[in-house]
Design a protein around this ligand. Structure first.
Ligand code: B16
Ligand code: MG
Length: 217
């Protein structure tokens, strides 16, 4: 039977975190809040709304709903100016190779991302066609660590969760995969992602034998 391989976007397929950082930093600056790289780390896998809420808490600032909406649009408009310049060069090492290997083995490929801009980014880097299903920030009501985003992808493909494998760079994303009872594979730091079933620093560390084992288990 076919397995479903579900990829997170930011931090797994591309490094959009650096663009989120620039956009959040600019926004924070306009309201007199300092924003650090360390804080940006804590926004990985977190939705846009939740991210702004956190920044306001860190900056000890309260604003009106109208202002909140305006700031969200400000951040996204700025973020999109970076996304607009993206191309294939920004795909992280060996991601395309892994996608093509899995496709060659007739496995399902899905995207499970918190981003509302996921489709556009995949289009920009020219790998949208490699995905059988895309579940992103437009399709979910509950953010990671809630398993909703991954369960929806599994449901679309009609694959049971135990036959799904999730690639994630965020702690909340690994927890979401575990909560969905899927196999979780951390991409990043071993200590940070210790809750994952397996951890690799990136896709160059993952060999065909490992992928074949996942396919055949
Ligand atoms: P947007 P992922 C997440 O992507 C990012 O890690 C997170 O920093 C961002 O706030 C979130 O998407 C929402 O993105 O503003 O584009 O809707 O890692 O779940 O692919
Ligand atoms: Mg991520």
């Amino acid at each position: 039977t076919k397995k479903a391989f579900i990829f997170d976007l930011d931090g797994v397929i591309v490094d959009t975190a650096k663009y989120h950082f620039l956009a959040w930093k600019k926004l924070a600056g306009t309201i007199g809040i300092d924003f650090t790289e360390h804080q940006n780390e804590q926004l990985k896998g977190v939705s846009r709304v939740k991210s702004l809420e956190k920044i306001l808490v860190w900056g000890n600032k309260s604003i009106s709903d109208a202002e909140f909406t305006r700031l969200m649009a400000f951040k996204n408009d700025d973020y999109l100016t970076y996304i607009d310049k993206m191309d294939e060069e920004e795909i992280l090492p060996d991601v395309t190779k892994t996608l093509d290997f899995l496709r060659g083995k007739k496995q399902y490929i899905a995207l499970g991302s918190a981003s509302k801009n996921a489709r556009m980014i995949l289009e920009k880097v020219n790998i949208l066609e490699k995905f059988d299903v895309i579940v992103d920030g437009n399709d979910v009501t509950k953010g990671k660590p809630d398993p909703e985003v991954f369960l929806k992808a599994a449901e679309h493909l009609n694959v049971p969760p135990e036959h799904c494998i999730v690639f994630e760079d965020a702690v909340a994303g690994i927890q979401a995969a575990n909560n969905a009872r899927m196999i979780s594979i951390g991409i990043g730091d071993k200590n940070t992602l210790h809750e994952a079933d397996y951890v690799f620093s990136d896709f160059t560390e993952m060999d065909d034998d490992f992928l074949n084992e996942l396919i055949n288990r």
